[in-house]
Design a protein around this ligand. Structure first.
Ligand SMILES: *Cc1c(COP(=O)(O)O)cnc(C)c1O
Length: 428
């Protein structure tokens, strides 16, 4: 890990060209790599030498970008994946197989919730969901003998609840399991979970990291701090020989700093192949170069819009952790002193119908399911992503029918507020 500040890491980490080499990272648009002897290639297959042989496993362009994000998060090893969904699947499945159990915060992205509660359940993996605001005792009580990890989101999408990372890390470590944090919304510019005790960090790079709505992607970063070998019986995949790789024991051969990511690459990427296109890794890197500049603006716009909404008499409630009125204000200031993100949610007085009128009259802010890119967008879940649910189900899911989610982009906050104000004026 370099000692540079996060701004410098965003721009420079991961790739250092030699004399006369390209200044910008080259796109290695090649599925395969050439060798002089089959002996040379054999060493790569046996993980005896490092190098590239097939882009499904690794590609230099993707590795430059993974190395940059690794440095930004303060980790020891990282890998890019084709989506955030793939990142959260690999991150958990790499250490929790059939017959295993893990604990997840209930305030997580809907796609991740479905992956854990439905698809991984079909694979014979059990998940217990806990309220992120639970007490340490409640969290302790969720553990079982076969619990392999704890999972949460720094700032939950879309509930915007802020996780007390230190509390979750303390309890996970007391049970000898790692804490995995999805850090998509704050990005390492605003929060670095490893500094607070998280062991593994994931992202949907599709959101702020790319930041322009251009490429779907994901990343996993390992802190290198979790001692797998001290809990050998729980993690046989890392601590006993892998017959599909000539009896390599990942945690021994690649150490704490590399074992987890090497296993995820050598086994899961080899077999599932959720590999990003080199072109997408290149686009992601362009986004990362300006991430620290953009996050600042996203947060400024988010706070300006949230304050305007809070003072408007057509608005029933506002949820944004950087508002002093938020119940997450203190937690947010501790973990993210420079702001959380640009996503704000709020309720319009008059419920579903008023929310519909508001949305219909927006001119600048577009209706999209996406969040966290340069262009402001907004969504009324009760009328779109959650439209099959009854009023009661919507309330239970934490998305009441008046809820509007607004992702503040990089435009002028004055223009955003003016658009919101004119759309609100149509509500009677
Ligand atoms: C979007 C999102 C994901 C899923 O990522 P994709 O890139 O869409 O697959 C996972 N976690 C969070 C917090 C997200 O916002």
């Amino acid at each position: 890990m370099s000692n540079y500040k996060i701004e410098t890491k965003c721009v420079q980490s991961g790739y250092t060209p030699g004399n006369g080499e390209p200044r910008q990272i080259p796109i290695y648009q090649s599925t395969t790599f050439k060798y002089d002897t089959s002996e040379d290639m054999g060493k790569l297959f046996d993980l005896e030498a490092s190098g590239y042989f097939y882009t499904r496993l690794q590609n230099p362009t993707s590795d430059y970008v993974a190395a940059k994000i690794c440095d930004m998060e303060g980790g020891t090893a990282a890998m890019l994946l084709s989506s955030g969904q793939a990142a959260n699947f690999y991150a958990t499945f790499n250490i929790c197989e059939t017959g295993g159990h893990f604990i997840a915060s209930s305030a997580i992205y809907g796609g991740t919730y479905n992956l854990f509660a439905v698809t991984m359940k079909k694979m014979g993996i059990d998940v217990t969901f806990v309220d992120p605001d639970c007490t340490e005792e409640e969290l302790h009580a969720a553990f079982r003998e076969n619990t392999k990890l704890v999972f949460g989101e720094t700032v939950a999408n879309p509930a915007l609840k802020v996780l007390d990372i230190e509390k979750f890390a303390r309890v996970a470590h007391a049970h000898g399991v790692p804490l995995i944090i999805d850090n998509t919304f704050p990005t390492p510019v605003n929060c670095r979970p490893i500094e607070w005790g998280a062991d593994i960090v994931t992202h949907s790079t599709t959101k702020y990291m790319d930041g322009h709505g251009a490429a779907v992607g994901g990343v996993i970063v390992d802190s290198g701090k979790f001692d797998w070998l001290a809990h050998k019986e729980k993690y046989p995949g890392l601590c006993t020989p892998d017959d599909s790789y000539h009896g390599i024991t990942y945690a021994e051969k690649f150490g704490l700093e590399g074992g987890y990511i090497t296993k995820a690459t050598a086994q899961l990427m080899r077999d599932f192949g959720s590999t990003p296109a080199p072109q997408n890794a290149y686009l992601l890197n362009l986004g990362l170069e300006s991430l620290h500049v953009r996050m600042k603006r996203h947060c400024e716009n988010g706070l300006a819009v949230a304050k305007f909404l809070e003072s408007n008499d057509k608005i029933a409630w506002v949820n944004y952790a950087d508002l002093e009125s938020s119940k997450y204000y203190e937690t947010a200031k501790k973990y993210m002193p420079n702001g959380t993100c640009g996503v704000v949610s709020f309720g319009v007085k008059g419920g579903r119908k008023a929310a519909e009128t508001f949305m219909k009259n927006l001119k600048l802010i577009a209706i999209e399911t996406h969040v966290a890119d340069a262009r402001s967008c907004c969504l009324h879940p009760a009328n779109s992503t959650h439209r099959q649910m009854s009023e009661e189900e919507l309330i239970a899911a934490g998305v009441p029918s008046d809820l509007v989610r607004l992702s503040c982009g990089l435009e002028s906050s004055e223009d955003l507020i003016a658009d919101i104000a004119q759309a609100l004026s149509f509500i009677e």
